[in-house]
Design a protein around this ligand. Structure first.
Ligand SMILES: Cc1cc2nc3c(=O)[nH]c(=O)nc-3n(C[C@H](O)[C@H](O)[C@H](O)COP(=O)(O)OP(=O)(O)OC[C@H]3O[C@@H](n4cnc5c(N)ncnc54)[C@H](O)[C@@H]3O)c2cc1C
Length: 406
Protein backbone atom coordinates (compact mmCIF):
# COMPACT_ATOMS: atom_id res chain seq x y z
CA UNK A 1 0.00 0.00 0.00
CA UNK A 2 1.41 3.45 -0.81
CA UNK A 3 1.69 6.08 1.91
CA UNK A 4 -0.94 8.72 1.20
CA UNK A 5 -0.85 12.04 3.06
CA UNK A 6 -3.62 14.62 2.80
CA UNK A 7 -3.38 18.17 4.18
CA UNK A 8 -6.86 19.49 4.99
CA UNK A 9 -8.73 22.09 7.01
CA UNK A 10 -11.90 21.51 9.02
CA UNK A 11 -14.38 23.35 6.78
CA UNK A 12 -13.26 22.38 3.29
CA UNK A 13 -15.62 20.97 0.69
CA UNK A 14 -12.84 19.95 -1.66
CA UNK A 15 -11.17 17.99 1.18
CA UNK A 16 -14.43 16.08 1.71
CA UNK A 17 -14.63 15.39 -2.00
CA UNK A 18 -11.03 14.15 -2.14
CA UNK A 19 -11.66 11.90 0.87
CA UNK A 20 -14.81 10.56 -0.77
CA UNK A 21 -12.93 9.74 -4.01
CA UNK A 22 -10.00 8.04 -2.23
CA UNK A 23 -12.44 6.27 0.11
CA UNK A 24 -14.29 4.79 -2.88
CA UNK A 25 -10.97 3.39 -4.06
CA UNK A 26 -10.39 1.69 -0.72
CA UNK A 27 -7.28 3.78 -0.02
CA UNK A 28 -6.23 4.83 3.49
CA UNK A 29 -4.48 8.12 4.18
CA UNK A 30 -2.79 10.12 6.90
CA UNK A 31 -4.71 13.37 7.41
CA UNK A 32 -2.97 16.52 8.59
CA UNK A 33 -5.64 19.03 9.58
CA UNK A 34 -4.01 22.45 9.41
CA UNK A 35 -6.60 24.00 11.73
CA UNK A 36 -5.40 21.59 14.39
CA UNK A 37 -1.73 21.82 13.34
CA UNK A 38 -1.18 25.39 12.05
CA UNK A 39 2.57 24.91 12.59
CA UNK A 40 2.57 22.49 9.61
CA UNK A 41 1.20 25.03 7.17
CA UNK A 42 4.67 26.08 5.98
CA UNK A 43 5.69 22.45 5.52
CA UNK A 44 2.70 21.87 3.22
CA UNK A 45 3.34 25.00 1.14
CA UNK A 46 6.98 23.98 0.72
CA UNK A 47 6.20 20.38 -0.20
CA UNK A 48 3.41 21.48 -2.54
CA UNK A 49 5.72 23.76 -4.47
CA UNK A 50 4.12 26.99 -3.25
CA UNK A 51 0.48 25.91 -3.43
CA UNK A 52 -1.65 27.51 -0.74
CA UNK A 53 -4.90 25.63 -1.05
CA UNK A 54 -6.24 22.50 0.57
CA UNK A 55 -6.46 19.65 0.10
CA UNK A 56 -2.93 18.80 -1.00
CA UNK A 57 -2.43 15.10 -1.56
CA UNK A 58 0.88 13.22 -1.61
CA UNK A 59 1.52 9.59 -2.53
CA UNK A 60 4.85 8.30 -1.26
CA UNK A 61 5.98 11.93 -1.03
CA UNK A 62 4.97 12.78 -4.63
CA UNK A 63 2.57 15.71 -4.81
CA UNK A 64 -0.60 15.01 -6.80
CA UNK A 65 -2.16 18.44 -6.15
CA UNK A 66 -5.72 19.06 -4.99
CA UNK A 67 -9.12 17.51 -5.63
CA UNK A 68 -9.39 18.76 -9.24
CA UNK A 69 -5.97 17.26 -9.98
CA UNK A 70 -6.82 13.80 -8.63
CA UNK A 71 -10.14 13.92 -10.51
CA UNK A 72 -8.24 14.70 -13.72
CA UNK A 73 -5.82 11.81 -13.06
CA UNK A 74 -8.78 9.52 -12.42
CA UNK A 75 -10.46 10.62 -15.65
CA UNK A 76 -7.23 9.90 -17.58
CA UNK A 77 -7.16 6.44 -15.97
CA UNK A 78 -3.84 7.16 -14.17
CA UNK A 79 -4.93 7.45 -10.55
CA UNK A 80 -5.42 3.73 -9.87
CA UNK A 81 -1.85 2.86 -10.82
CA UNK A 82 -0.43 5.84 -8.83
CA UNK A 83 -2.37 4.48 -5.85
CA UNK A 84 -0.84 1.05 -6.62
CA UNK A 85 -4.26 -0.57 -6.82
CA UNK A 86 -4.33 -4.25 -7.66
CA UNK A 87 -5.56 -4.42 -11.32
CA UNK A 88 -7.59 -7.50 -10.39
CA UNK A 89 -9.45 -5.50 -7.78
CA UNK A 90 -10.35 -2.67 -10.18
CA UNK A 91 -13.98 -3.30 -11.06
CA UNK A 92 -14.78 -3.56 -14.79
CA UNK A 93 -17.43 -1.15 -16.15
CA UNK A 94 -20.91 -2.18 -15.07
CA UNK A 95 -24.27 -2.10 -16.78
CA UNK A 96 -27.55 -2.21 -14.87
CA UNK A 97 -31.20 -1.23 -15.12
CA UNK A 98 -32.84 1.02 -12.52
CA UNK A 99 -36.42 2.17 -12.12
CA UNK A 100 -35.44 5.63 -10.85
CA UNK A 101 -32.03 7.23 -11.23
CA UNK A 102 -31.28 10.59 -9.60
CA UNK A 103 -28.41 12.75 -10.86
CA UNK A 104 -26.90 15.00 -8.19
CA UNK A 105 -26.39 14.93 -4.43
CA UNK A 106 -27.29 18.50 -3.46
CA UNK A 107 -30.51 19.41 -1.58
CA UNK A 108 -32.67 18.63 -4.65
CA UNK A 109 -31.19 15.20 -5.42
CA UNK A 110 -31.05 14.03 -1.81
CA UNK A 111 -34.62 15.16 -1.11
CA UNK A 112 -35.81 13.37 -4.26
CA UNK A 113 -33.96 10.29 -2.94
CA UNK A 114 -35.67 10.48 0.47
CA UNK A 115 -39.13 10.68 -1.11
CA UNK A 116 -38.45 8.08 -3.81
CA UNK A 117 -36.96 5.64 -1.29
CA UNK A 118 -39.91 6.04 1.08
CA UNK A 119 -42.20 5.33 -1.89
CA UNK A 120 -40.35 2.00 -2.40
CA UNK A 121 -38.95 3.05 -5.78
CA UNK A 122 -35.45 1.80 -4.80
CA UNK A 123 -33.74 4.93 -6.13
CA UNK A 124 -30.12 5.03 -7.15
CA UNK A 125 -28.31 8.37 -6.88
CA UNK A 126 -25.18 9.43 -8.80
CA UNK A 127 -23.13 11.81 -6.63
CA UNK A 128 -21.31 13.81 -9.30
CA UNK A 129 -17.98 15.54 -8.77
CA UNK A 130 -19.42 17.69 -5.98
CA UNK A 131 -20.89 15.32 -3.38
CA UNK A 132 -23.30 17.38 -1.26
CA UNK A 133 -23.50 20.13 -3.89
CA UNK A 134 -22.96 23.87 -3.50
CA UNK A 135 -23.74 24.05 0.20
CA UNK A 136 -20.56 22.14 0.99
CA UNK A 137 -18.58 25.28 0.10
CA UNK A 138 -20.36 27.54 2.55
CA UNK A 139 -20.15 27.92 6.31
CA UNK A 140 -23.27 28.96 8.17
CA UNK A 141 -26.71 28.28 6.68
CA UNK A 142 -29.15 30.37 8.69
CA UNK A 143 -32.28 30.24 6.57
CA UNK A 144 -33.03 26.53 6.21
CA UNK A 145 -36.18 25.78 8.24
CA UNK A 146 -35.67 23.41 11.14
CA UNK A 147 -32.17 24.53 12.12
CA UNK A 148 -33.07 27.16 14.71
CA UNK A 149 -29.44 27.97 15.54
CA UNK A 150 -28.14 27.74 11.96
CA UNK A 151 -26.01 24.90 10.64
CA UNK A 152 -22.73 24.46 8.74
CA UNK A 153 -23.43 23.71 5.04
CA UNK A 154 -21.42 20.43 4.93
CA UNK A 155 -23.06 19.19 8.17
CA UNK A 156 -26.52 19.93 6.78
CA UNK A 157 -25.81 17.98 3.60
CA UNK A 158 -24.48 15.13 5.71
CA UNK A 159 -27.85 15.05 7.52
CA UNK A 160 -29.70 14.95 4.17
CA UNK A 161 -27.49 12.09 2.99
CA UNK A 162 -27.95 10.03 6.16
CA UNK A 163 -31.72 10.44 5.86
CA UNK A 164 -31.65 9.26 2.22
CA UNK A 165 -29.44 6.31 3.24
CA UNK A 166 -31.79 5.37 6.09
CA UNK A 167 -34.56 4.60 3.60
CA UNK A 168 -32.28 2.55 1.35
CA UNK A 169 -31.02 4.91 -1.36
CA UNK A 170 -28.10 3.38 -3.23
CA UNK A 171 -25.24 5.80 -4.00
CA UNK A 172 -22.90 5.66 -6.98
CA UNK A 173 -19.72 7.76 -7.05
CA UNK A 174 -19.10 9.33 -10.43
CA UNK A 175 -19.98 12.00 -12.94
CA UNK A 176 -22.42 11.43 -15.77
CA UNK A 177 -20.83 12.14 -19.13
CA UNK A 178 -23.51 11.13 -21.62
CA UNK A 179 -27.24 10.58 -21.68
CA UNK A 180 -29.50 9.31 -24.43
CA UNK A 181 -33.07 10.45 -23.86
CA UNK A 182 -34.30 9.63 -27.36
CA UNK A 183 -35.66 6.19 -26.41
CA UNK A 184 -37.10 4.64 -23.27
CA UNK A 185 -35.58 3.19 -21.19
CA UNK A 186 -33.11 6.09 -21.18
CA UNK A 187 -29.36 5.44 -21.17
CA UNK A 188 -27.01 7.20 -18.73
CA UNK A 189 -23.22 6.70 -18.88
CA UNK A 190 -20.57 7.73 -16.35
CA UNK A 191 -17.10 9.04 -17.22
CA UNK A 192 -15.62 5.75 -16.01
CA UNK A 193 -17.59 3.81 -18.64
CA UNK A 194 -20.39 2.38 -16.49
CA UNK A 195 -23.76 2.65 -18.31
CA UNK A 196 -27.27 2.28 -16.91
CA UNK A 197 -30.72 2.09 -18.42
CA UNK A 198 -33.47 3.83 -16.45
CA UNK A 199 -37.25 4.10 -16.58
CA UNK A 200 -37.47 7.51 -14.90
CA UNK A 201 -34.69 10.06 -14.58
CA UNK A 202 -34.57 12.85 -11.98
CA UNK A 203 -32.12 15.60 -12.90
CA UNK A 204 -30.75 17.56 -9.93
CA UNK A 205 -27.36 18.61 -11.31
CA UNK A 206 -27.51 22.15 -9.86
CA UNK A 207 -25.05 24.85 -10.81
CA UNK A 208 -21.28 25.56 -10.58
CA UNK A 209 -19.12 28.58 -9.85
CA UNK A 210 -18.05 30.68 -12.84
CA UNK A 211 -14.43 31.76 -13.44
CA UNK A 212 -13.23 34.95 -15.12
CA UNK A 213 -11.62 32.93 -17.90
CA UNK A 214 -8.28 34.78 -18.13
CA UNK A 215 -4.99 32.89 -18.53
CA UNK A 216 -3.34 34.27 -15.38
CA UNK A 217 -6.34 33.19 -13.29
CA UNK A 218 -5.95 29.58 -14.46
CA UNK A 219 -2.17 29.65 -14.04
CA UNK A 220 -2.37 30.97 -10.47
CA UNK A 221 -5.35 28.85 -9.36
CA UNK A 222 -4.35 27.20 -6.06
CA UNK A 223 -1.52 29.73 -5.76
CA UNK A 224 -3.65 32.58 -4.50
CA UNK A 225 -6.62 32.30 -6.87
CA UNK A 226 -9.62 30.51 -5.40
CA UNK A 227 -13.42 30.27 -5.63
CA UNK A 228 -13.91 29.07 -2.08
CA UNK A 229 -13.18 31.45 0.79
CA UNK A 230 -14.32 28.98 3.43
CA UNK A 231 -11.81 26.43 2.15
CA UNK A 232 -8.79 28.66 1.56
CA UNK A 233 -9.26 31.90 3.56
CA UNK A 234 -7.19 30.37 6.34
CA UNK A 235 -4.02 30.60 4.21
CA UNK A 236 -4.24 34.35 3.93
CA UNK A 237 -4.10 35.43 7.55
CA UNK A 238 -2.78 39.00 7.80
CA UNK A 239 -2.80 39.56 4.01
CA UNK A 240 -4.71 41.96 1.76
CA UNK A 241 -7.23 40.14 -0.45
CA UNK A 242 -9.68 40.79 -3.27
CA UNK A 243 -13.10 39.38 -4.03
CA UNK A 244 -14.46 39.71 -7.57
CA UNK A 245 -18.24 40.04 -7.90
CA UNK A 246 -21.21 42.03 -6.65
CA UNK A 247 -23.88 39.52 -5.62
CA UNK A 248 -24.73 37.68 -2.40
CA UNK A 249 -21.94 35.13 -2.89
CA UNK A 250 -19.35 37.91 -3.28
CA UNK A 251 -20.57 39.62 -0.09
CA UNK A 252 -20.58 36.34 1.81
CA UNK A 253 -17.03 35.54 0.67
CA UNK A 254 -15.80 39.06 1.48
CA UNK A 255 -17.34 39.03 4.97
CA UNK A 256 -15.87 35.62 5.72
CA UNK A 257 -12.42 36.71 4.53
CA UNK A 258 -12.40 39.68 6.92
CA UNK A 259 -11.78 37.06 9.64
CA UNK A 260 -8.29 36.58 8.19
CA UNK A 261 -7.37 39.47 5.89
CA UNK A 262 -6.03 42.92 6.72
CA UNK A 263 -8.30 44.34 4.02
CA UNK A 264 -10.73 42.92 1.47
CA UNK A 265 -11.25 44.84 -1.79
CA UNK A 266 -14.49 43.96 -3.54
CA UNK A 267 -14.07 44.52 -7.28
CA UNK A 268 -17.28 45.00 -9.19
CA UNK A 269 -17.90 45.91 -12.82
CA UNK A 270 -20.89 48.11 -11.92
CA UNK A 271 -21.27 51.11 -9.58
CA UNK A 272 -23.58 49.33 -7.10
CA UNK A 273 -24.03 45.83 -5.73
CA UNK A 274 -26.54 43.23 -6.91
CA UNK A 275 -26.49 41.60 -3.47
CA UNK A 276 -29.58 41.53 -1.22
CA UNK A 277 -30.11 44.58 1.04
CA UNK A 278 -29.12 42.76 4.21
CA UNK A 279 -25.85 41.48 2.69
CA UNK A 280 -25.05 44.94 1.25
CA UNK A 281 -25.53 46.54 4.65
CA UNK A 282 -23.29 43.97 6.32
CA UNK A 283 -20.58 44.57 3.70
CA UNK A 284 -20.81 48.35 3.87
CA UNK A 285 -20.65 48.35 7.67
CA UNK A 286 -17.50 46.22 7.80
CA UNK A 287 -14.43 48.45 8.15
CA UNK A 288 -12.14 45.94 6.49
CA UNK A 289 -14.14 45.92 3.24
CA UNK A 290 -13.55 48.52 0.52
CA UNK A 291 -15.29 48.66 -2.86
CA UNK A 292 -13.59 49.17 -6.21
CA UNK A 293 -16.43 50.12 -8.57
CA UNK A 294 -16.70 49.97 -12.38
CA UNK A 295 -13.62 47.78 -12.58
CA UNK A 296 -12.59 44.47 -14.12
CA UNK A 297 -9.54 42.27 -13.55
CA UNK A 298 -7.33 42.32 -16.64
CA UNK A 299 -4.56 40.19 -15.20
CA UNK A 300 -3.67 38.39 -12.00
CA UNK A 301 -0.10 39.38 -11.19
CA UNK A 302 2.39 37.01 -9.62
CA UNK A 303 4.16 33.78 -10.36
CA UNK A 304 4.03 30.14 -9.41
CA UNK A 305 6.73 30.55 -6.75
CA UNK A 306 5.47 33.66 -4.91
CA UNK A 307 1.77 33.24 -5.65
CA UNK A 308 -0.47 36.23 -6.31
CA UNK A 309 1.14 39.63 -5.76
CA UNK A 310 -1.52 41.92 -7.16
CA UNK A 311 -4.24 42.55 -9.70
CA UNK A 312 -4.11 44.66 -12.81
CA UNK A 313 -7.47 46.43 -12.92
CA UNK A 314 -9.15 48.44 -15.65
CA UNK A 315 -11.80 51.02 -14.93
CA UNK A 316 -14.45 50.38 -17.60
CA UNK A 317 -15.72 54.00 -17.45
CA UNK A 318 -12.42 55.77 -18.20
CA UNK A 319 -10.17 52.84 -19.25
CA UNK A 320 -7.62 53.77 -16.59
CA UNK A 321 -5.39 50.86 -15.60
CA UNK A 322 -4.19 50.46 -12.01
CA UNK A 323 -2.50 47.87 -9.83
CA UNK A 324 -4.09 46.62 -6.62
CA UNK A 325 -1.57 44.92 -4.32
CA UNK A 326 -3.27 41.78 -2.92
CA UNK A 327 -2.03 38.29 -2.11
CA UNK A 328 -5.19 36.41 -2.97
CA UNK A 329 -8.13 36.71 -5.35
CA UNK A 330 -11.46 35.02 -4.64
CA UNK A 331 -13.78 34.79 -7.64
CA UNK A 332 -17.48 35.06 -6.81
CA UNK A 333 -19.24 35.98 -10.05
CA UNK A 334 -22.09 33.55 -10.07
CA UNK A 335 -22.93 30.20 -11.45
CA UNK A 336 -23.75 28.27 -14.61
CA UNK A 337 -26.34 25.48 -14.58
CA UNK A 338 -24.77 22.02 -14.94
CA UNK A 339 -26.94 21.04 -17.86
CA UNK A 340 -24.48 20.74 -20.77
CA UNK A 341 -25.00 16.96 -21.07
CA UNK A 342 -28.70 17.53 -21.82
CA UNK A 343 -28.13 20.11 -24.61
CA UNK A 344 -30.17 19.26 -27.67
CA UNK A 345 -32.20 16.69 -25.69
CA UNK A 346 -34.12 18.77 -23.13
CA UNK A 347 -35.60 22.21 -23.75
CA UNK A 348 -33.61 24.98 -22.04
CA UNK A 349 -33.67 28.75 -21.75
CA UNK A 350 -30.91 30.97 -23.18
CA UNK A 351 -28.76 30.57 -20.06
CA UNK A 352 -28.99 26.78 -20.06
CA UNK A 353 -31.59 26.36 -17.31
CA UNK A 354 -33.85 23.39 -18.15
CA UNK A 355 -37.47 24.30 -18.83
CA UNK A 356 -40.16 22.53 -16.80
CA UNK A 357 -43.95 22.65 -17.12
CA UNK A 358 -45.29 25.31 -14.80
CA UNK A 359 -46.11 24.01 -11.31
CA UNK A 360 -44.41 20.63 -11.91
CA UNK A 361 -41.00 19.09 -12.61
CA UNK A 362 -41.98 17.58 -15.99
CA UNK A 363 -39.36 18.42 -18.63
CA UNK A 364 -39.84 18.41 -22.41
CA UNK A 365 -39.11 14.63 -22.43
CA UNK A 366 -41.66 12.35 -20.79
CA UNK A 367 -40.07 10.42 -17.92
CA UNK A 368 -37.39 13.07 -17.20
CA UNK A 369 -38.08 15.26 -14.16
CA UNK A 370 -35.94 18.26 -13.27
CA UNK A 371 -35.46 19.83 -9.84
CA UNK A 372 -33.31 22.38 -8.01
CA UNK A 373 -31.00 25.02 -9.46
CA UNK A 374 -30.69 23.18 -12.80
CA UNK A 375 -34.20 24.45 -13.57
CA UNK A 376 -34.29 27.57 -11.41
CA UNK A 377 -32.66 30.83 -12.41
CA UNK A 378 -34.84 32.80 -9.99
CA UNK A 379 -34.87 31.48 -6.42
CA UNK A 380 -31.72 29.29 -6.23
CA UNK A 381 -32.07 28.40 -2.56
CA UNK A 382 -31.58 25.15 -0.67
CA UNK A 383 -35.17 25.07 0.49
CA UNK A 384 -36.59 25.62 -3.01
CA UNK A 385 -34.19 22.98 -4.39
CA UNK A 386 -35.34 20.53 -1.70
CA UNK A 387 -38.97 21.44 -2.44
CA UNK A 388 -38.66 20.71 -6.14
CA UNK A 389 -36.67 17.54 -5.33
CA UNK A 390 -39.72 16.35 -3.40
CA UNK A 391 -41.96 17.31 -6.34
CA UNK A 392 -39.74 15.42 -8.80
CA UNK A 393 -39.94 12.20 -6.75
CA UNK A 394 -43.74 12.46 -6.49
CA UNK A 395 -44.05 13.29 -10.21
CA UNK A 396 -41.82 10.32 -11.09
CA UNK A 397 -43.74 7.96 -8.79
CA UNK A 398 -47.11 8.90 -10.30
CA UNK A 399 -45.77 8.79 -13.85
CA UNK A 400 -44.25 5.32 -13.29
CA UNK A 401 -47.52 4.07 -11.79
CA UNK A 402 -49.39 5.13 -14.94
CA UNK A 403 -46.76 3.51 -17.22
CA UNK A 404 -46.88 0.29 -15.26
CA UNK A 405 -50.71 0.17 -15.41
CA UNK A 406 -50.67 0.43 -19.21
C1 LIG B 1 -21.39 29.99 -1.24
C2 LIG B 1 -22.86 29.65 -1.28
C3 LIG B 1 -23.66 29.87 -0.17
C4 LIG B 1 -25.02 29.55 -0.20
N1 LIG B 1 -25.77 29.77 0.93
C5 LIG B 1 -27.07 29.43 0.94
C6 LIG B 1 -27.86 29.59 2.12
O1 LIG B 1 -27.39 30.07 3.14
N2 LIG B 1 -29.16 29.23 2.06
C7 LIG B 1 -29.74 28.70 0.94
O2 LIG B 1 -30.92 28.35 0.96
N3 LIG B 1 -29.01 28.54 -0.19
C8 LIG B 1 -27.71 28.89 -0.22
N4 LIG B 1 -26.97 28.74 -1.37
C9 LIG B 1 -27.64 28.22 -2.58
C10 LIG B 1 -27.82 26.70 -2.50
O3 LIG B 1 -26.58 26.11 -2.20
C11 LIG B 1 -28.35 26.14 -3.80
O4 LIG B 1 -29.54 26.78 -4.16
C12 LIG B 1 -28.62 24.64 -3.69
O5 LIG B 1 -27.45 23.95 -3.29
C13 LIG B 1 -29.08 24.06 -5.01
O6 LIG B 1 -29.27 22.71 -4.81
P1 LIG B 1 -29.28 21.65 -6.01
O7 LIG B 1 -29.52 20.33 -5.37
O8 LIG B 1 -30.18 22.10 -7.07
O9 LIG B 1 -27.82 21.71 -6.66
P2 LIG B 1 -26.34 21.72 -6.09
O10 LIG B 1 -26.28 21.97 -4.65
O11 LIG B 1 -25.61 22.61 -7.02
O12 LIG B 1 -25.88 20.20 -6.36
C14 LIG B 1 -25.69 19.72 -7.66
C15 LIG B 1 -25.27 18.27 -7.61
O13 LIG B 1 -25.26 17.73 -8.94
C16 LIG B 1 -24.10 16.97 -9.16
N5 LIG B 1 -23.80 16.97 -10.59
C17 LIG B 1 -23.53 18.01 -11.41
N6 LIG B 1 -23.27 17.58 -12.66
C18 LIG B 1 -23.40 16.23 -12.63
C19 LIG B 1 -23.23 15.20 -13.59
N7 LIG B 1 -22.89 15.46 -14.87
N8 LIG B 1 -23.40 13.93 -13.20
C20 LIG B 1 -23.75 13.64 -11.92
N9 LIG B 1 -23.93 14.56 -10.96
C21 LIG B 1 -23.73 15.83 -11.32
C22 LIG B 1 -23.05 17.66 -8.29
O14 LIG B 1 -22.01 16.76 -7.98
C23 LIG B 1 -23.86 18.06 -7.06
O15 LIG B 1 -23.90 16.99 -6.16
C24 LIG B 1 -25.61 29.03 -1.38
C25 LIG B 1 -24.82 28.79 -2.50
C26 LIG B 1 -23.45 29.09 -2.47
C27 LIG B 1 -22.59 28.81 -3.68
Amino acid sequence: MPHVTMYTTTVCAFCLRAKSLLGQKGVEWEEINLDEHPERRKEMIQKADGRRTVPQIFVNGRGLGGYDDICALDKEGKLDSILEMDPEKIAPPITAHYRVLILGSGPAGLTAAIYAARANLNPVLVDGNEPGGQLTITTEVENYPGYADGVQGPAMMDDFRKQAERFGTQFIQGQVEKVDLSNRPFTVCLEKGDCFTVDALIVATGASAKWLGIESETRLRNRGVSACATCDGFFFRGKPLAVVGGGDTAMEEALFLTNFATKVSVIHRRDSLRASKVMQQRGEKNEKIEFVWNSVVEEVLGNEKDGVTGLKLRNIKNNEVSTLPVEGMFVAIGHVPNTQIFKGQLEMDDLGYIKVNSGSTYSSVEGVFVSGDAADSVYRQAVTAAGTGCMAAIDAERWLAIQEMN
